[in-house]
Design a protein around this ligand. Sequence first.
Ligand SMILES: CC(C)(COP(=O)(O)OP(=O)(O)OC[C@H]1O[C@@H](n2cnc3c(N)ncnc32)[C@H](O)[C@@H]1OP(=O)(O)O)[C@@H](O)C(=O)NCCC(=O)NCCS
Length: 242
Amino acid sequence: MPSSASVPALSARDIHVWHATLAATPENLDGATQMLPAGEREKTALVASEAQRARLTLSRAWVRGILARYLNQPAPDIAIRRSPRGKPQVVPRDNDAPLHFSVSHAGDHMLVAITRSDDVGVDLERMTRLADVERIAARFFSRGEYDALLALPREQRADAFFRAWVRKEAVVKALGTGIATAFDAFTVSMGKDPQQEIDVTGITGVDRQRLWVRLLDIGRVDYLAAVAFSFPDAKVHHAEWK
Ligand SMILES: CC(C)(COP(=O)(O)OP(=O)(O)OC[C@H]1O[C@@H](n2cnc3c(N)ncnc32)[C@H](O)[C@@H]1OP(=O)(O)O)[C@@H](O)C(=O)NCCC(=O)NCCS
């Protein structure tokens, strides 16, 4: 996929995943601030920490900048609302085709996934040194996931844990159910298999039967990413937002 200079057509089976950096410079911060509507600029200005303020400004601006390309609309004019559980959604104009998106941040990086056809969820995780993945898995993972983790040699568990975690978060992002979700109500793979079909019927308040989740390689060794979507044969394209 080409860079941000042009955005190719987004067909019903396509998912575009944009990677952007959240490292602030005086120049990119100034440009980013101009991309926010006045109300969002005011809210952002209330954040006390300079670093947090810069990160929030860049993150919100890059989302708008990316959406603007697809909607052919100035970034500050795009109407974005939040679902009751916090999922951001584009408020469509009268003649616009629907556009769905999902956002994730980790470290100085963010991902924005875009699709036309249905809900999408993206997650990005920085692989940190976790002392006790078994304890965290016992709390959040399904029985099958927990058993699969413990069946692995100890030195392989941290990486496997993150592969499951990033998939689970992507699924939850696609469902839009947030922290209300029982994370142990569905089971994902810990493997390196690129795509998996997930039965989500066990999740309370969800009227779907299944989702598909795919690991993404964003070219950074410390990070893992996954995207979840509602149809089996998605074409996932990855590009850099500059
Ligand atoms: C809020 C949550 C959706 C993701 O949060 P996160 O992983 O901490 O942070 P991310 O950067 O990946 O995602 C944050 C973005 O998710 C989006 N988001 C917020 N609520 C959402 C929801 N209900 N559905 C989908 N997306 C949501 C927003 O775009 C938000 O960024 P923004 O506020 O800048 O727009 C949710 O999954 C969560 O809090 N999970 C709790 C963690 C947990 O217990 N995980 C166990 C998994 S094994």
